[in-house]
Design a protein around this ligand. Structure first.
Ligand SMILES: [Mg+2]
Length: 293
């Protein structure tokens, strides 16, 4: 009987496939969390929700800033936000914001690699970087987090914006990461929930990467290649393992179970968005009616 002692056979050695590296980038607000940093911050500093909404919607309407950067603009230019908000408030928002489940497990599984695929996890968000650092402390390293960065005055007021990672700003950061990681554009996966993610998703789709929507918002779910809704951040692994690793469902279920998570329900629904209105039937209309033969 032959006994082979092979302590060097780690997963990567045992796998016949060479390691393929991917960039996994995720939005923060409502993608890794259940709520929005802006709402939590407004509540913390005593600005009523309706007042924050009015200001943010007003900003979005005039299209002065990239979609998603409304909070950053308000922090810099709105007298009330500017007078009240300091760095410590942003850290406190990070502690108060409700995170989706299993972000740490998702980070670890992606980093350790699955079936010859290894994923570098980054966060790209329009939220202030202090909020994200604080919320993901001990989960995602600081140098893997790209949020909106401010410069502060000596008295602690927000002075200027150094970088806003919103709208096209996300594409710029992603392109920089691709250069650093030497990852091809088809080796990029992006998850997001909202209009701030449209630019980056279109950019990735055009280059054969994978885009995943985590909300049913029509802005984004019509653009993303896959949509997955869950209270757990780990759920994005299902479309990743299907699309990137080519796994079947039973294998994905077993993988989740081996990592201590049962997939209790997995429904796939294809959603068609239809808005109907009554056809105008004015006599003056020049519409030609279809003829019957
Ligand atoms: Mg978001």
């Amino acid at each position: 009987m032959w006994l082979v002692w092979a302590p060097f056979l780690s997963n990567s050695y045992m796998s016949e496939k060479p390691i393929r590296r991917y960039l996994f980038a995720s939005d923060f607000d409502q993608t890794l969390t259940f709520n929005d940093s802006g709402y939590v911050l407004a509540e913390l500093v005593g600005i009523p929700t309706h007042e924050f909404e009015r200001k943010a919607k007003g900003m979005a309407k005039i299209n002065l800033v990239q979609q998603g950067a409304e909070l950053a603009y308000l922090l810099l230019h709105d007298p009330e936000f500017r007078a009240k908000v300091r760095k410590e408030h942003l850290y406190e928002v990070g502690k108060r914001i409700r995170l989706k489940g299993d972000i740490q497990l998702l980070y670890q599984l992606l980093e350790n690699g699955i079936d010859g695929h290894q994923f570098d996890f980054y966060v790209l968000s329009a939220a202030p970087v202090e909020v994200i650092h604080s919320a993901l402390e001990g989960i995602v390293p600081h140098d893997h987090i790209f949020g909106t960065e401010f410069r502060y005055t000596q008295s602690g007021e927000i002075d200027t914006i150094v970088r806003a990672t919103a709208g096209y700003g996300k594409v710029a950061v992603l392109d920089q990461l691709m250069l650093q990681q030497v990852a091809g554009p088809d080796h990029v996966i992006y998850c997001g929930d909202g209009s701030s993610d449209v630019h980056v998703m279109l950019h990735i789709n055009a280059r054969d990467g994978l885009t995943i929507a985590v909300s049913e918002s029509p802005h984004i779910s019509q653009i993303a290649k896959r949509t997955v809704l869950s209270t757990s951040a780990l759920a994005v692994l299902a479309p990743i393992l299907e699309e990137v690793a080519g796994w079947e469902r039973y294998r994905i279920r077993s993988f989740f179970e081996a990592n201590g998570r049962l997939i209790q329900e997995w429904e796939r629904v294809r959603t068609d968005w239809l808005t109907l209105r009554t056809v105008e039937t004015s006599e003056t209309s020049e519409t030609v009616a279809p003829t019957q033969e």
